[in-house]
Structures are given as structure tokens and as C-alpha cells.
Write a protein that binds this ligand. Structure first.
Ligand SMILES: O=c1ccn([C@@H]2O[C@H](COP(=O)(O)O)[C@@H](O)[C@H]2O)c(=O)[nH]1
Length: 281
């Protein structure tokens, strides 16, 4: 009989350890056709694989986590998803945390299948964490929230997204806004579960008054905040400070295109990630 694998430490603890060692920058892997072309690669599964593994090798060791954008693998069909499986498994072997940016959300019975796919033990697409869309209600995400806790993984629930259109849904309603209800539900979940917090939020670095808008002392969330919008969408140090203030220690600033554009050279790619990380630190 093969020996049983040791249980995984909770996601919050694993993330805290890697942030202490490598800093807080999360680098997005977004293999857009234009980036593949700029790297001299074909817009094909083979090009996708070379791109993805090059980013893993160059940037994984200096990042808190890598965040593959699932849509950019899905556009290559089954072979694209096979590349994503390879990337996730190589990252696991290299001790690099992954956040699958899949933005899943559905009724509970279907949500159970999404939870299994992205967070289930021994599933080919299992990452360390997945992004979730709470538009069907925070509680509809229950299967993923519970499975993440059971397997030492995490979830990041969209609260205030970085795009301007999101405001018309998420910001409306003042004290009763959708964003506030999501943030409070996530904090309550982490309180109930105890420990290092496996339920994080997605809050755009571009949302100037994010902490205020969420109506929550973000330290009370007791979970990580994934903050996309750095670089190509215009946010930098000043925007992060404005959005999060005292809550910055909980934030994982996230950047994709602005860093990926430095490739394909491994040294240039790593230098771009380190520069971004150090500027934002
Ligand atoms: O609110 C959100 C949620 C997710 N994203 C994703 O992050 C990256 C951003 O890429 P950049 O090249 O750094 O702009 C991308 O995959 C988005 O889908 C986001 O931007 N905003």
C-alpha cells in the first residue's frame, strides 16, 4: 500500500508562509494571443504550454501565487485545459501556490461539481484556490467554501471588481450594497471556521475607496484580498494605498499583462515581477 499523503496545511497558513518568504505579489498568467505573438509563440496549445511553463519557472520563485486566467486556456478547448492541468501540476511540484481565476458560480447542485473540479482532492484541475462569482447568492457557493476548508484550499469571492461596469451591480445600495453583503458574509464564514481564513475577497486595486465601500474593517475579514488591476489597468502604489489603507497587509496585489510583456526572456520576466513586487511592498 502506498503511504497516505500528509494532510495539507490550511490555505491561509500556507499563503502566510509563502508571503513571508517571497513577498505578496500575485502574478497572473494570461496568455492572450497578442502576448503569445510578442513572445514569438503560436496561438496554439503548444504555444500556450511554452508560455505558461516559462512564466512558472521565471516568476514562481518570487511570487506569493500565480493566477492562471482559465478563459485563456478554455479558448483552446480540451487541449488548452490539458495545458492548464500540466501547469497546475508542475506548480504543485515546485511549491508554487496557484489561484485558478475561473470565476465560477451556480446553484448548489452544480456548484458541488465546480467545487470538485477546482478544489477536490486528486482532481486534475485542482488549484490551491479558485475565484468564485457570488451572483447567485453567497450561500450558493457553500459546496466550494466547505470543500476548500476540508482540503486546505481557499476561495476568493468577487466583491468589488476592478472594471468600471461592476459598479452598477456591486456598489448600488449604500449600506446594503451587494459588495458589502459579500464582504460581511465572507468575514462571518472565516469567523465561524476559525484559523487562518480560507475565504478571501476579490477587490480591484482600481476601486479608490474600496475599504470604505465595503463597510468592514478589512482586518476583521481575517482572510486574503486579491487585488487585480495593478499595471495594465492603471493601479500602482498610490491606488493600492487609497483603496486599502491600513488593510494593505492583507492584500495580494495582482498584475498580469504588465509583467508578462517583459518576456520571453526569463531574466527580464523575473526582474519585472521583482520590480513590481518591491515597488508595491
Ligand atoms: O475584478 C477583477 C477580477 C479579475 N480580474 C482578472 O485579473 C487579470 C488582470 O489582468 P491584467 O492584465 O493585469 O489587467 C485578468 O485575468 C482579469 O480577468 C480583473 O482584472 N479584475
Amino acid at each position: 500500500m502506498p503511504p497516505e499523503a500528509a494532510p495539507r496545511a490550511p490555505f491561509g497558513e500556507r499563503l502566510a508562509a509563502v508571503r513571508a518568504a517571497r513577498g505578496s505579489l500575485c502574478v497572473g498568467i494570461d496568455p492572450h494571443p497578442a502576448l503569445l505573438a510578442a513572445w514569438g509563440l503560436e496561438d496554439s496549445p503548444a504555444g500556450l504550454e511554452r508560455f505558461s511553463l516559462a512564466v512558472l519557472d521565471a516568476v514562481g520563485p518570487v511570487s506569493a501565487a500565480l493566477k492562471p486566467q482559465v478563459a485563456l486556456y478554455e479558448r483552446h478547448g480540451a487541449r488548452g485545459l490539458a495545458v492548464l492541468e500540466t501547469l497546475l501540476s508542475r506548480a504543485r511540484d515546485a511549491g508554487v501556490l496557484t489561484i485558478a481565476d475561473a470565476k465560477r458560480g451556480d446553484i448548489g447542485s452544480t456548484m458541488q461539481a465546480y467545487a470538485d473540479a477546482w478544489l477536490g482532492e486528486d482532481r486534475p484541475l485542482a488549484a490551491d484556490a479558485v475565484t468564485l462569482n457570488p451572483y447567485l447568492g453567497f450561500e450558493s457557493l457553500r459546496p466550494a467554501i466547505d470543500l476548500a476548508r476540508e482540503t486546505g484550499r481557499g476561495v476568493f469571492v468577487l466583491a468589488l471588481t476592478s472594471n468600471a461596469e461592476g459598479q452598477l451591480v456591486q456598489h448600488v445600495g449604500g449600506d446594503s450594497s451587494v459588495a458589502r453583503s459579500i464582504a460581511h458574509a465572507a468575514a462571518a464564514e472565516n469567523r465561524r471556521a476559525g484559523g487562518a481564513g480560507h475565504v478571501g475577497l476579490v477587490v480591484g486595486a482600481t476601486i479608490g475607496d474600496a475599504a470604505h465601500r465595503l463597510g468592514l474593517d478589512l482586518a476583521a475579514l481575517n482572510g486574503p484580498i486579491l487585488a487585480p488591476g495593478v499595471g495594465a489597468q492603471g493601479a500602482g502604489t498610490a491606488e493600492l494605498r487609497a483603496a486599502f489603507g491600513d488593510a494593505l497587509p492583507f492584500v495580494l496585489p495582482t498584475s498580469s499583462r504588465a509583467i508578462l510583456a517583459a518576456g520571453p526572456g526569463a531574466a527580464e520576466l523575473r526582474a519585472a515581477a521583482e520590480r513590481t513586487r518591491d515597488e508595491l511592498a
